[in-house]
Design a protein around this ligand. Structure first.
Ligand code: OXD
Ligand code: MN
Length: 593
């Protein structure tokens, strides 16, 4: 108790609800000490020194990468664990058929046993943070209690952390209560539990980003989507970018893509030479919170403050802006290290080094079968480092969205780009999004699964009701964005990508922007509107036109199979599968026959 009193005396707040909750959680976890984070530079230096002393962070070559550190996680803790992630609503129906469900009483009691005494000999960091720009009507305060200095330092990059969050909270009791403990990292004792009705998250047994940085997937998406439905807005797994034309007009676009499908690259795109005078500005690379503005348009903010990007494949050709962003003040997780203390991963520029230290700290030699960096290795970097950061990123109102893009990783079937016929059809395109699984979550990689709006692992309530929410929002948005679908990943019969992707995606993006301003043609097909011959600017693109034809082609047979698989997904959604979406599917089936 004496220790607790000292902790409270040093707390930078008198908020009674907050103090009492921290007191209760500390009494449960029994840490050695409680440290309140204020987000200051002095604190960053102190926590970093401590992390280095205790081997949590390894300093990288400070001449080459100032302010950069490497973290190696436990090899059993390298990705999100969807099978151990639970939505704990009073009834199973509220969580729905696509989420794991645990009854809240059972979840609290199971996890209370795990948290009990779990922070003995450890420090409990109280991390106050803000999701969303200061002053935004959508901004939310969260408090994460964690035993991990790595989490505290990552939260400092990923969120607006510290004093600003406490100031905004004042004496209100309306904050997200996040409790996190790494425990002994035993996957048998790993649970990521969400209690939407209590605005609470309890995460035990993992230190990995999506499981442990509670502001990101847990609050901004799972709890956020639940709040969005009750309060009439959208919390989405979407990048936000602004496309500036040579005459200075900026059009904002939001795009949903499943994890590790190139959202960060797309959000930081540099237009190819052919598009001289065009510029793409990043507002966000992973999450969008969107609400209807006074002018009847949909306005989006990025609730985050940094990027938790996938390292492999990032290089000066695929994403020069990301390479500039991670040049300093970045925490790398599970990448390989060069002999001179720099970072390396598969797909980095230049020749493969002869020798490296791999992501598990073992010597690695060129030609070795195993990857040097983990396929889901990451960088946590401040958004302020991004040379293409949008000036609007801190605007409390956010940016007006003219187009929404849904994209998956599909080797077949889905054409390069499509525009929906209308809002309802656009929601159908998003609802039936399919994608091949990636290393961002544990489980089999490369299997096509339905991932509605790229939100399958992130919807904090019943998926059928989530899709219904999307349909219902139409009546609340007088000037809705146009909706599109893209697929950068279609392959030829011999397994080669048909579309070059990366910066060249600007060609598709320009058509989308022009369509959203109704200033370019299109052709109606069974699936939606596609560019007519000549609409897509392909000048200076060094690939045979047959490949583009193949990337944009539509095969009736493939679509019949696709609709079969979509039907199975709607069946899985059961009684909450919206009728309006099922009818869209039937209409398409009728058109195809
Ligand atoms: C992420 C993910 O880390 O989607 O953004 O897994
Ligand atoms: Mn993501």
């Amino acid at each position: 108790m004496a220790k607790q009193e000292t902790a409270e005396a040093s707390a930078p707040t008198r908020n009674p609800a907050l103090l009492s909750w921290v007191r209760d959680m500390a009494a449960l976890c029994k840490p050695d000490r409680v440290v309140w984070c204020d987000g200051s530079e002095e604190e960053r230096v102190r926590l970093t020194e401590y992390a280095v002393e205790t081997g949590v962070l390894i300093p990288l070559n400070q001449k080459k990468r100032p302010g950069c550190y490497l973290h190696r996680s436990n090899p059993n803790d390298v990705a999100r664990v969807e099978h151990l992630t639970f939505i704990c609503t009073p009834s199973k129906d509220e969580a729905g058929p696509t989420n794991n469900w645990m009854e809240p009483g059972e979840a609290y009691s199971k996890l209370t046993k795990l948290f009990d005494g779990s922070m003995k000999d450890r420090t409990l960091y109280v991390v106050p943070y803000l999701m969303g720009p200061v002053g935004s009507p959508l901004a939310k305060v969260g408090i994460e209690l964690t035993d991990s200095v790595y989490v505290a330092l990552n939260m400092r990059i990923m969120t607006r952390m510290g004093k600003q969050a406490l100031d905004l909270l004042g004496n209100h009791s309306d904050f997200n209560r996040g409790l996190h403990c790494t425990g002994d990292l035993n996957p048998e004792r790993r649970y990521i539990c969400h209690f939407p009705q209590d605005n609470t998250i309890w995460s035990f047994g993992s230190g990995y980003g999506g499981n442990a940085l509670l502001g990101k997937k847990c609050l901004a998406l799972r709890i956020g989507s639940y709040l969005g439905r009750t309060e009439g807005w959208f919390a989405e797994h979407m990048l936000i970018l602004g496309v500036e034309s040579p005459d200075g007009q900026t059009t904002y676009v939001a795009g949903a893509f499943p994890s590790a499908c190139g959202k960060t690259n797309f959000a930081m795109l540099i237009p190819p030479k052919r598009f001289a005078g065009w510029k793409v500005w990043t507002v966000g690379d992973d999450i969008a919170w969107m609400r209807v503005g006074k002018d009847g348009r949909l306005w989006a903010v990025n609730p985050e403050n940094g990027y938790f990007g996938v390292a492999p494949g990032t290089n000066f050709a695929s994403n020069p802006n990301a390479m500039a962003t991670i040049a300093k003040d970045t925490i790398f997780t599970n990448v390989a290290m060069t002999k001179d203390g720099d970072v390396w991963w598969e797909g980095m520029d230049g020749p493969v080094p002869d020798e490296l230290i791999d992501w598990q700290g073992r010597p690695w030699k060129k030609g070795c079968q195993e990857k040097a960096a983990h396929p889901n290795s990451r960088f946590t970097a401040p958004m302020n480092n991004n040379p293409a950061l949008s000036r609007a990123v801190n605007d409390p109102d956010g940016v007006p969205i003219s187009a929404i893009i849904f994209g998956g990783r599909r080797a077949t079937t889905v054409p390069l780009v499509l525009q929906s016929f209308n809002w309802g059809h656009g929601v159908f395109l998003g609802a039936t999004l399919g994608s091949e699984t990636t290393a961002a979550a544990t489980g089999k990689v490369g299997v096509v699964r339905r991932d509605p709006m790229a939100m399958l692992p992130f919807t904090g309530y019943n998926m059928g009701q989530y899709l219904q929410h999307w349909l219902q929002m139409q009546t609340k948005i007088p000037y809705p964005p146009k909706i599109f679908q893209v697929n950068w990943f279609r392959k030829s019969k011999d397994g080669k990508f048909l579309w070059p992707g990366f910066g060249e995606n600007m060609r598709v993006l320009k058509w989308i922007v022009d369509r959203s301003h109704v200033r370019v043609g299109g052709q109606e097909t069974l699936l939606g509107w596609v560019p007519k011959a000549g609409d897509l600017d392909l000048s200076g693109l060094d690939i045979p036109s047959e490949l583009v034809d193949e990337a944009t082609s539509i095969s009736t047979q493939e679509w019949k199979e696709e609709l079969q698989s979509q039907g199975e997904f709607f069946e899985l959604l059961g009684k909450h599968a919206p009728e309006a979406l099922q009818l869209q599917r039937k209409l398409l089936l009728a058109r195809l026959s």
